[in-house]
Write a protein that binds this ligand. Structure first.
Ligand code: ADP
Length: 399
């Protein structure tokens, strides 16, 4: 069985065709600059040269058509016909409160996704456009929506409610949703396998640290709390996002400093976090390099970042009554061992002891805790595409 995994952004489309027997991608591709001059598709197949098509693509329909052509191409393709695609799994950022697991897309689902646009105005519209484009091109192929929010729907009320008037939750659905669910779920399952234990018997803290980042408490295989909230702006300090701040800062910026709401939004989402603190870059490699050359603000930005994550680890340790393992994943979590060390420094009081020798790995699965560490520490490469494909297969097999 082959599953096509599609992740649509406003002007980009990432895809993978995954063979579910081997769980390996047959082809991995990226379409960029959709609807903009210079549209380009790049497809990679193991053992072959990159296949690059530069041709105008006015919208996502054009992009999907080109993806399918690339997959079945006589020379560069990996399948003979579209019939060899058994289903399509779509990454959808926001599934609201209705979906606590993946669903086969039908008219009712599409209607609800439209309703969720107000909860994720930047992310859901391109996801919906991608589903519609695929439906047009592959009329008889089942489409499955896999939500970033779904895994966190198991959070108890005390974790997802804010201290706001209850009507705002009832009438306007203002609550914590959490994101990166597919990644947190995937790495927690791998961690349980590494520990040779049933995930139902484990308390796991997962740290997804990329440009965006979140920490999740997973008790007995279920998310019971997560650092992102109503939007992906809440939680730990991120590349360009502020993470947690006093909400009164927003009104201060507007009333005292004359910011418009759009400017506040831009400030908190695009100019804050590691970028805003360091004044150097949002990319951790640049900031680390600056810090090692003695740049005080770069080091300060890293310190604030480590501290913000350490606080969530401590909080979730308490929320679960202890933890069996701590997992680091995504661009920074998988690769930047210096960051893992920076975060773990000072967590010895919780029985979290990192082994500086074992930890010197980038981008590979490794247990990096000392033998004496009560809490096991793992670096685990995430694989959201495989998780989406697995969920898609499970859903269509049970249909
Ligand atoms: P997202 O998917 O949220 O855009 P990623 O998971 O790709 O982000 O993570 C991007 C971050 O990972 C960047 O800050 C980058 O510096 C960091 N990163 C990637 N590779 C490395 C590496 N080898 N060493 C240190 N940091 C890295």
């Amino acid at each position: 069985m082959n599953i096509l995994v599609v992740n649509c952004g406003s002007s980009s489309l990432k895809y993978q065709l995954i063979n579910m027997l081997t769980e390996k991608p047959l082809a991995v591709g990226l379409v960029e600059r959709i609807g903009i001059q210079g549209s380009i598709l790049t497809q990679k197949v193991e053992g072959r040269d990159k296949y690059i098509i530069e041709t105008p693509m006015k919208d996502h329909n054009d992009a999907i058509k080109l993806v399918l052509d690339a997959l079945v191409d006589n020379v560069h393709g990996v399948i003979k016909s579209m019939d060899e695609i058994n289903a399509v799994g779509h990454r959808v950022v926001h599934g609201g409160e209705k979906y606590s697991s993946s669903v086969v897309v039908d008219d009712e689902v599409m209607k609800y996704l439209d309703e969720c646009i107000k909860l994720a105005p930047l992310h859901n519209p391109p996801n919906i456009i991608g589903i519609e484009a695929c439906k047009k091109m592959m009329k008889d192929t089942p489409m499955v929506a896999v939500f970033d929010t779904a895994f966190h729907q198991t959070m108890p009320e005390e974790a997802y409610l804010y201290g706001l008037p209850y009507e705002l939750y009832e009438k306007h659905h203002i609550r914590r949703y959490g994101f990166h669910g597919t990644s947190h779920k995937y790495v927690s399952q791998i961690a349980a396998e590494c520990m040779h234990k049933d995930i139902k018997d484990l308390n796991i803290i997962t740290c997804h640290l990329g440009n965006g980042g979140s920490v999740t408490a997973i008790k007995n295989g279920k998310s019971i709390d997560t650092s992102m909230g109503f939007t992906p702006l809440q939680g730990i300090v991120m590349g360009t996002r502020s993470g947690d701040i006093d909400p009164a800062i927003v009104t201060y910026l507007v009333d005292e400093l004359g910011y418009s709401t759009k400017e506040v939004n831009d400030l908190l989402n695009k100019k804050s976090g590691i970028l805003g603190l360091s004044g150097t870059s949002s990319d951790f490699r640049d900031v680390r390099a600056a810090a090692s050359e003695g740049d005080h603000r770069a080091q300060l930005a890293l310190n604030v970042y480590y501290y913000s994550i350490r606080k969530y680890i401590g909080a979730y340790f308490v929320a679960m009554g202890g933890a069996d393992c701590l997992v680091f994943t995504a661009g920074i979590g998988e690769n930047a061992y210096e960051t893992r060390e920076g975060i773990c420094e000072g967590l010895e009081c919780l029985g979290i002891e990192i082994d500086l020798e074992k930890d010197k790995v980038r981008g590979e699965l490794a247990e990096v805790s000392k033998d004496s560490s009560k809490v096991k520490i793992f670096a685990i490469p995430t694989n959201e595409e495989l998780m989406i494909a697995k969920e898609t297969m499970e859903i269509i097999n049970n249909k």
